[in-house]
Design a protein around this ligand. Structure first.
Ligand code: SAM
Length: 490
């Protein structure tokens, strides 16, 4: 990911961002930070970049021309439109979900104002997002840009050593983090809670959830209310568990945004993919929820002007026709949901080396790396547009969400986890079929999901008998009700 900062004080931001975690990531080429001096672009012979505001008033304003030319130099170099953020107290207040959304971008331009701000005309021309770091006024946007780069940069895959650490932290799933302790076990008479020394993983996890809940309730009642609302939904959804595993997992993985909830009528948005998941008791309630989703999507589409398609996942047969007729939605696929309902891992056959070691000709399963992207994209197509397909697989591989089965150095097949959490993309190349490689990959994916504390599940197209039989042979339980992936336009 590349951060391009437009500022009058490039040294100020570069000095801070070349230190510590972000500095190291930049040194290792995982991300880049560059600051362009807006002053270099002024056409004024005295190097002036500001002037008095029309209509009078205190202070000076940054002029449009140097800001625009600095911005043009970056966008021309990148060669395609780039999301451009103006750091301003008038923007949407920065939060973790926003950081997660920006972390998916390849490039971001950050524009720092100074003095009384910037001439409105250039903002209207170039800015796509207005972001504030809080309800207070700074002297310039530089500190805000540093906060932005730090919070977004650390979410870029590979920046934090431990891939899981961003997922357990405050704000993930609307909870603050539980209290943490390190050596010594006793300090000034204060002992570390005994349970943390017990070595019992399950009890430690339960203790941490309880502590996180209590802390959030006490310190951030606003967050706690959102957390509780989602937990209430989860309890309702669990009444028909197999049908709703995709939705309960969104909540469990901290990537659900509640759009509507009225009794058993629930609609959640996956904050990672933007897909909306919908379950309803009847057509009227179901359509009312789709209307809410459409209104929200319309409002968002309005912000950047473009009309867009979005994905809607329906959980009842009766909603499919209604969504088609009333909202012009189109059916992409009907699937069964298959869930590994036990906590125990599946047994690993002697077929491959579970530790992923390279051993003579024995097949081994390893996490895929960016160098495998081309082969994966050649054999797996989830999106019609090849560029979108490539971008999707690149993102999944980049996040360490795909594994491959290797025969020697050859990639014989692969499996992965989709953005919303289902296992899928299972592919075995023709020349390697008939050797139970598909089963080995699926067992690996199920066991890995369990290791991460997730409920493994997959969605299988209704006529994909090979996959249905494979999941049945592994003992996964099938939902009776089909799940429908649809596209809708706003
Ligand atoms: N006159 C402006 C107003 O009332 O909205 C405030 C200008 S402020 C003194 C100067 C610059 O600091 C802004 O252009 C902006 O880039 C930055 N800034 C100030 N407060 C900020 C905040 N809370 N979040 C992000 N940027 C901020």
């Amino acid at each position: 990911m590349n951060f391009h900062i437009l500022t009058l004080f490039p040294e100020m931001v570069m000095r801070a961002l070349s230190e510590s975690v972000i500095g190291r990531a930049a040194e290792n080429g995982i991300l880049s930070v560059a600051a362009a001096d807006i002053r270099d672009y002024t056409l004024d012979k005295h190097g002036k970049t500001d002037d008095y505001p029309y209509g009078g008033g205190a202070g000076m304003l940054m002029q449009a021309q140097p800001v625009y030319d600095a911005w043009r130099a970056v966008t021309d170099a990148v060669g395609r439109p780039v999301r451009t953020v103006y750091l301003t107290p008038q923007g949407e207040v920065f939060h973790q979900a926003m950081a997660e959304s920006f972390a998916k971008e390849e490039d971001v331009i950050l524009l720092c104002g100074h003095y009384e701000g910037i001439d409105e005309r250039v903002l209207t021309e170039i800015v796509t997002d207005y972001v504030s770091i809080g309800d207070f006024v700074l002297t310039g946007g530089e500190l805000a840009a540093m906060v932005f780069v730090d919070a977004v940069g650390r979410l870029v895959p590979g920046v934090l050593n431990n891939g899981m650490s961003a997922e357990n932290e405050s704000f993930h799933g609307h909870l603050l983090e539980y209290p943490q302790y390190t050596r010594p076990a006793e300090w000034r008479g204060h002992k570390v809670p005994g349970i943390l020394l017990s070595g019992d993983r399950r009890k430690i996890d339960a203790w941490r959830v309880k502590e996180a809940e209590e802390r959030t309730k006490e310190r951030r009642p606003d967050l706690y209310r959102r957390y509780r609302a989602l937990e209430d939904c989860r309890e309702i959804l669990l009444r028909r568990k197999l049908q709703h595993t995709d939705m309960t997992e969104l909540i469990a993985r901290g990537q659900a945004e509640l759009i509507c909830a009225q009794g058993e009528n629930i609609c959640l948005k996956d904050t990672m993919s933007g897909t909306c998941f919908h379950t309803a008791t009847d057509i009227e309630n179901g359509c009312a929820m789709i209307e809410t989703v459409l209104a929200r999507e319309k409002e968002r589409a309005g912000k950047d002007g473009a009309s867009r398609e979005f994905l809607l996942v329906l959980h009842q047969d009766f909603m499919v026709e209604a969504a088609r007729e009333r909202f012009g939605a189109e059916l992409l696929m009907a699937c069964y949901q298959a869930v590994h309902t036990r906590r125990e891992k599946l047994p690993v056959s002697g077929l491959y080396d579970a530790a992923g070691r390279r051993e003579e000709d024995r097949p081994a399963i390893r996490t895929l790396l960016p160098c495998h992207l081309d082969v994966v994209a050649r054999y797996y197509r989830i999106m019609d547009d090849p560029d979108e397909n490539l971008a999707y697989l690149k993102e999944r591989i980049g996040k360490g969400q795909m594994s491959g089965l290797f025969q020697g150095e050859n990639l014989a097949g692969f499996v992965g986890t989709h953005i919303e959490g289902s296992l899928g993309m299972l592919t075995v190349r023709k020349e390697y079929r008939g050797r139970k490689f598909g089963k080995a990959l699926e067992v690996h994916a199920v066991n890995q999901a369990l290791e991460n504390g997730f409920t493994p599940y997959c969605q299988i197209e209704e006529n994909n008998m090979v996959s249905i039989r494979l999941q049945q042979s592994l003992g996964l339980c099938f939902s009776k009700q089909k799940i429908y992936w649809m596209t809708a336009k706003v």
